[in-house]
Structures are given as structure tokens and as C-alpha cells.
Unconditional design. Structure first.
Ligand code: ATP
Ligand code: MG
Length: 410
């Protein structure tokens, strides 16, 4: 049996810094050894704006994770987000050379077709984050899983390409390296979360994973088993808290408490229900109209789902998502958010659940840990692909391709 291996996943979120330490056992199953969480400061809309402050919070989360897991963390798989991260789909196509009368497709041909698919003009300040294979076609034939060894004259490949602004991505990496902690891989957050939140069956039937965080809402959509769209909207749960604070004229911390304890994304007529605040020197004695509170929440949450709908329907039909929509991230804990998403997107919406890990049980219940947990599964997949490839550096494209085609979280 293969040896077990330990990995750490890190998300520096706008609200929370999460570190998960997981052990991949010899039989391939994952055991969570420990989790560290610290409130995040110095991060705005998923991007680090104040290095020193963010590093202090990061240290707190790392120390907690080390203590809980009894593992010294020297390297991490790092999730990144931010509304500068964009995606597109592109096709590459090559003619297979004839060798001794045979046109046999090789690994090198697939490398070449991938490079052709990546031959697109990105904005000058951007870099590739992921190039994810969607489908191969040989001589126009429908979807071929692995064309290596087959005969054919023309190979085409559809790639989902994710890119972002280089300096902004480097910022997050630098923040971690200065701790000092080594960064093994950088992964777009929803791609990591999907590794544990969506099952293979969901990806095959078509599904949309929405991660509502504090500063941003990340999403990834799968059709026919592979990534069709992904991106990041610069609005999250903290915007809701901020709106409540502005309209109700109460401090942010009190707005957050109000949102969590009494708020709903659905505007129901509460028959003139009011909430009387009893705590805090600035808020004690204040009367909050519950209907107004829900209207504020509803307006922002509606904006998030409308923006998402506009983005998705620009390229795809929502009806193709047979498995529906899955919500995760701290914002998914908001009361009524699933019903509102259902109304706007016109699809069944469920709260995503992690079902494929063992160990400390509490983390499975917490959607705020989805991304960091997903990073452990991602690390496992990268490593198993790595061990299959002798020449790791030249196989990076295929490595990622393998993950996103044949991934399974069952
Ligand atoms: N019980 C709850 N009800 C409503 N909202 C909640 C609840 N718990 C947390 N939230 C909200 O979830 C958000 C934080 O979620 P999360 O920890 O996933 O964000 P993050 O990963 O730190 O941020 P981001 O991914 O945007 O950078 C905050 O806006 C917070 O108010
Ligand atoms: Mg997040």
C-alpha cells in the first residue's frame, strides 16, 4: 500500500484565514488532522492590501493548525481569488504527422495542442493560472477521453483557461513566503472548493458551485464532467453587513450580529415585527424594523445572483445544469439565501456538503472551510499525477488536465 502523505491547504479570505492539515492515507482516503482559523485583517475583496497585518493573522491561523494537528507546516497549497481573475474557453487543433505510414497521437502532440489553445492574447499584465482540458476530439469525433495511442489525422482540444493579474497573484504568494512558508501550488479558490463540494455525478450532469465569501463570490460551473465557466464577482457577505450598517446607522460589528441572528435574504412581511437592540452604548434601545433589515439583505443578495446569472447566460444556458446549484462559503449560512438563489436562477439550489473526508468532524459542517479542504484533495490529485510523470515540469499542463477531467470526490 502507498505511504500516507500530509498536506496543508491555506485560504487567506477577506473575513477568515483558514488552514487545513490533512493526511492522505495509503488507500487514498483523506483524514483531516487539524484546522486553524483566524479572523482576517488587511485583506480586501480577496486580495491582500496590508501585508504586515495579514501576516500576523496568517501566523495565528498557522499556529492553531499546527497545534491541533501536531504537524509542523513548512509548505502549503494556496487558494487565490479576486475579481481580476477571469476565464475563457479556447480550442487548439493540430495535424498529426505521419510516421512510417501511421498517424499515432502522442503525449507530445497533446502538449502542442495545449500550447496552441493557450495562444491567446491576455491583457499584458496577466498570467495563466490554470489551463484545464475540457474535451479532446479526434478527426471531429465526439469527446475522446485520452487520445494518446489512438490513430487520427487531426486532434482538437477545448481548454478552459483561467488568468489573473500577475502582480496581484504574486502579492498573496509573497505574503506567505515571507512567513516563511513554501507555496507548492496556487489554485483559484472555487476550483479547490469544487474538489470536495461537487461529486463526479454533479459535474457530469452539470452544476454550478457558488462560494459566497466575505468580500467576493467565486463560482465554477461544470458541464459534461469538466469546467465550463469560472470567475469571481467582487461582492460578498460583508457588503450586506456594510449596507445594514449604513442604512441602520449602527456599527459594523453590530450589523454583522444582526444579519446572522435575525437577517433573511427573503423579504417576508413580518407583520411589523421589530427587533430591540439591548447591547452596546451606541445601539442600546434602538428599534430595528425587521422587514427593512431583510429588504437590505435581499437587495445585495439579489445583486450577487443577478450578476452571476448575467455572466453564466452570456455563454451557456442554465437549463443545462441538471444537478442544479450548490452554495458554499460563509455567506451560504444566511437564512433564505438558497430560496432566493432558486427564485433568481430558476434551478434547484442546495447547500453543498463535504462528504469525502474523515477526521475531526466539526469542519465538515462549516462551509467557510470548503476551499481549504478542497486544497487537500487537489494536492492529492496533483501528487498522484506527478508520480505518474517522470518529467514533471514539462507535464504541468497534462497534470492539471488530468485533475479536471477525471477528478472524483466520491
Ligand atoms: N451564520 C451566518 N449567517 C450569515 N452570514 C454569515 C454567517 N456566518 C458567516 N457569514 C458571512 O460569511 C462571510 C464570510 O465567509 P467566508 O469565511 O467564506 O469568507 P472569506 O473566505 O473569508 O472571504 P472571501 O472568500 O470573500 O475572500 C461574511 O460576510 C460573514 O458575515
Ligand atoms: Mg472564501
Amino acid at each position: 500500500m502507498a505511504k500516507s502523505k500530509i498536506y496543508a491547504g491555506l485560504e487567506i479570505g477577506t473575513s477568515t484565514i483558514c488552514v487545513v492539515v490533512g493526511e492522505v492515507l495509503g488507500n487514498g482516503s483523506i483524514k483531516i488532522l487539524g484546522v486553524g482559523q483566524a479572523p482576517s485583517r488587511g485583506v480586501r475583496k480577496g486580495e491582500i492590501v496590508d501585508f504586515e497585518t495579514a501576516q500576523t493573522c496568517l501566523n495565528d491561523a498557522l499556529v492553531e493548525a499546527e497545534e491541533k494537528s501536531d504537524v509542523e507546516i513548512s509548505s502549503v497549497y494556496l487558494a487565490v481569488s479576486g475579481s481580476h481573475i477571469e476565464s475563457l474557453c479556447n480550442k487548439g487543433s493540430i495535424r498529426i504527422p505521419e510516421v512510417e505510414g501511421i498517424n499515432e497521437i502522442t503525449e507530445e502532440d497533446l502538449d502542442e495542442v495545449r500550447e496552441i489553445a493557450r495562444d491567446i492574447k491576455l491583457p499584458s499584465e496577466n498570467v495563466f493560472l490554470h489551463s484545464i482540458i475540457r474535451d479532446y476530439y479526434v478527426d471531429g469525433q465526439e469527446k475522446v477521453q485520452n487520445p494518446v495511442g489512438r490513430q487520427g489525422e487531426v486532434v482538437e482540444a477545448d481548454y478552459h483557461i483561467i488568468h489573473g493579474i500577475k502582480t496581484r497573484l504574486q502579492n498573496t504568494i509573497r505574503c506567505v513566503r515571507e512567513i516563511p512558508i513554501n507555496v507548492e501550488e496556487v489554485v483559484f479558490s472555487p476550483i479547490a472548493a469544487a474538489q470536495v463540494m461537487l461529486k463526479r455525478e454533479h459535474k457530469d450532469r452539470g452544476s454550478l458551485l457558488i462560494d459566497i465569501g466575505g468580500g467576493v463570490t467565486d463560482y465554477v460551473m461544470y458541464t459534461g464532467g469538466s469546467v465550463a465557466q469560472s470567475g469571481c464577482i467582487g461582492v460578498g457577505g460583508d457588503h450586506i453587513t456594510n449596507d445594514i450598517s449604513v442604512v441602520m446607522k449602527i456599527p459594523l460589528t453590530r450589523s454583522e450580529k444582526l444579519k446572522i441572528e435575525h437577517g433573511s435574504a427573503l423579504v417576508e412581511d413580518d407583520g411589523g415585527d421589530s427587533i430591540f437592540l439591548e447591547d452596546g452604548p451606541l445601539t442600546s434601545g434602538l428599534e430595528i424594523d425587521k422587514e427593512l433589515l431583510n429588504q437590505i439583505i435581499n437587495a445585495r443578495a439579489t445583486e450577487i445572483f443577478e450578476q452571476l446569472k448575467d455572466r453564466i447566460t452570456k455563454y451557456d444556458d442554465l437549463d443545462t445544469l441538471g444537478a442544479g446549484v450548490f452554495l458554499t462559503g460563509g455567506g451560504s449560512k444566511l437564512k433564505g439565501i438558497d430560496k432566493l438563489a432558486e427564485e433568481i436562477l430558476g434551478l434547484p439550489v442546495s447547500l453543498a456538503r463535504i462528504s469525502s473526508m474523515s477526521g475531526a468532524s466539526a469542519p465538515f459542517e462549516n462551509p467557510q472551510l470548503a476551499t481549504s479542504m478542497g486544497l487537500i484533495r487537489y494536492a492529492q490529485m496533483i501528487d498522484s499525477d506527478r508520480s505518474e510523470n517522470d518529467n514533471m515540469m514539462t507535464k504541468i499542463g497534462k497534470k492539471l488536465g488530468g485533475i479536471f477531467r477525471g477528478d472524483s470526490v466520491d
